[in-house]
Design a protein around this ligand. Sequence first.
Ligand code: ATP
Length: 252
Amino acid sequence: MIEVSQFTKCYDDFTAVNSISFDVPAGRVAALVGPNGAGKTTTIRTLCGILSPTAGDLHVAGASLNDDPLAVKRRTAYVPDDPPLFDSMTVDDHLRFIASAYRLTDWEPLAEELCGQFELTEKRETIASGLSRGMRQKVAIVCAYLRQPSVLLLDEPMTGLDPPSIRRFKQTVREQADRGATVLVSSHLLSLVDDICDHLVLMRRGEVLFHGPLEQARQEFGGDSHSLEEVFFRLTSEDSDFEDSISEEESA
Ligand SMILES: Nc1ncnc2c1ncn2[C@@H]1O[C@H](COP(=O)(O)OP(=O)(O)OP(=O)(O)O)[C@@H](O)[C@H]1O
């Protein structure tokens, strides 16, 4: 479960995220969507403990970031859009490093299974600088899954993945949610959101415009087509005021 309450993040004197609140129940795959600069990465990087909130609090699987940041870090796995691997370490070195850092036991069978799923078995002894962009992405995903975290934070996770890997990735995200994890996926690919998400957090300019079940967003803001694209443009359009859009819905 993720709970964000009145979270604000300022960089110097610029307010990137302004007193936002939302929650995502355990076992759900939520999309974090919004135009460039909306505050998605800032929110994700705060949720995993890399950034500190300027105000408000964020709870991850019951742990408060303000009170127990270490517990938050332990329960959260983050896959950034540009995975920071250690260039001179092999794929296996990365897996061993994660297992050691998070004190995982009996992790080898799962590592083998995950490497098989993501077609990394033949690359396990290859150093990271010798991996393609897509392979690096897959190593980062496998490292995150290996920890079996309560909360998975994925920032543009499909960058560089080939079609079979995309299909496999989508299946595994669902599997992670089915084992009880909360998954938050930030992406501009609305088709990905359509395929794997059941929850939506829509941001614009540091504010949350909608959070809740994806189906509810479609029904309320998706127009006749009930499409996610329509939801996105309707709520984030700079021309039409979001408040007007809400009151039109309510008076209809
Ligand atoms: N280190 C920083 N210093 C100052 N401003 C920052 C910093 N990081 C982000 N910002 C600003 O905060 C706002 C939110 O940025 P953020 O990266 O969270 O947006 P985003 O929704 O992830 O955008 P994108 O879709 O382009 O990745 C932007 O206006 C950005 O310029």
